[in-house]
Design a protein. Structure first.
Ligand code: SF4
Ligand code: SF4
Length: 362
């Protein structure tokens, strides 16, 4: 999470970082002028136009990580003007540590991080895959990554040593050497960011998709109801920080395995907005520029529908909480990954349904 000035070489790029940004209309000259201005510490309109999706880190062909410079300048200038009542992640960071559900000895330890109430993780993490698991959450286990959408991108970095220490204590307390993360932000902070910062992680971080994939692989006889569905996938901003497995982000391989085992076909290859060009859920501007956020969602969901998706699968609690209403209006069912898997196992979804519509969260 640091802009690398030595790699930002205007003579070797075409300003792809901002030319490819789907939320502004910059040509090559505009893009390079904007980057030059940010490098020189000036306040440029891109700071306000940026919706904090992190995609330009993927677009830069030289690996300079321009989003990290934009985020730093957004924090320095306070340009996002986030109102106090739209800062829930700060509250999440101050919540006490809780055991959301106590499992059985030998079961997995799952951290739901700080945003376990955005969608009801306690209900979503039920059924055979999770029946023995202990689920913990609260501020001490929150990576703070959502702060990158609120003009405080330095927060996860500052929080990192304490975050890892808290989780290490939890692993010791519950007698495990692995922690499963329900939000891939926490997973990516405990893997990619910790590695970048040279911080030792004394437990093995496990992504929720890896956990589900392994369980299904070990229990193929439990898949009672192959779904025969065509789906699109909402890959959130945090997935862009995932460790890579070959030429792809590693989570996409786990998801592909899950889909194959439960009889689901992905339409992602037929989509315009997919891979590096996938669109953001709009959570960073959901309160401050609501109509703009909903327009982005419509474009994204319309693209999924055109590619033949019957449902839109989410792996990020924040993405599904801000996109579910637009999905339903556009008649494409939003579904959280754990609920999709439950359907294939022939399990009831319970009152939280596919996406916790109208569901009372605490
Ligand atoms: S961040 Fe990358 S794409 Fe953007 S101007 Fe610098 S080198 Fe070029
Ligand atoms: S983070 Fe996303 S919205 Fe912001 S400039 Fe980069 S690509 Fe555009």
């Amino acid at each position: 999470m640091a802009f690398d000035l030595s790699k930002c070489d205007f003579s070797r790029c075409r300003g792809e970082c901002l030319v490819r940004c789907p939320y502004v209309s910059y040509d090559e000259d505009d893009a390079k002028r904007a980057m030059k201005s940010l490098i020189e510490g000036e306040r440029h309109p891109i700071l306000k136009e940026c919706i904090t999706c992190a995609a330009c880190n993927d677009f830069c062909p030289l690996g300079a990580d321009p989003w990290d410079l934009i985020a730093r300048r957004q924090e320095e200038t306070g340009v996002l003007g986030i109102p106090a009542d739209a800062k829930p992640s700060s509250d999440w960071l101050t919540k006490p540590a809780v055991v959301i559900r106590r499992g059985k000895p030998g079961g997995a330890l799952i951290s739901a991080g700080g945003i376990y109430e955005v969608v009801p993780q306690a209900e979503f993490l039920t059924g055979q895959v999770f029946e023995d698991a202990t689920v913990i959450g609260g501020g001490p286990y929150a990576c703070g990554f959502t702060e990158t959408h609120l003009g405080r991108a330095s927060r996860p970095l500052k929080n990192l040593p304490q975050f890892i220490e808290n989780l290490a204590k939890a692993a010791e307390e519950f007698g495990v050497d692995e922690i499963v993360f329900t939000h891939d932000a926490c997973y990516n902070v405990a893997t990619t960011l910790a590695t970048q910062q040279g911080i030792e992680v004394p437990f093995r971080p496990v992504h929720i998709l890896e956990h589900i994939r392994n369980w299904l692989r070990d229990h193929p006889d439990r898949i009672k109801n192959p779904l025969g569905l065509s789906v699109a996938v909402q890959g959130g901003c945090t997935t862009r920080y995932a460790p890579r497995g070959g030429d792809r982000e590693i989570w996409s391989d786990w998801l592909a395995d899950i889909f194959e085992m439960i009889g689901v076909e992905s339409v992602e290859e037929k989509r315009t907005y997919t891979g590096d060009d996938r669109l953001c859920c709009g959570c960073g501007i959901f309160h401050t520029q609501h109509e703009r956020a909903v327009d982005i969602q419509r474009k994204n969901i319309g693209d999924a529908a055109e590619a033949g998706a019957e449902e839109l699968v989410f792996i990020c609690p924040a993405c599904i909480s801000v996109m579910r209403a637009t999905c339903r209006k556009m008649e494409i069912e939003p579904i959280y990954i754990t609920q999709l898997v439950k359907q294939a196992l022939g399990e009831e979804l319970g009152p939280a349904g596919t996406a916790a519509f109208g569901y009372p969260v605490k």
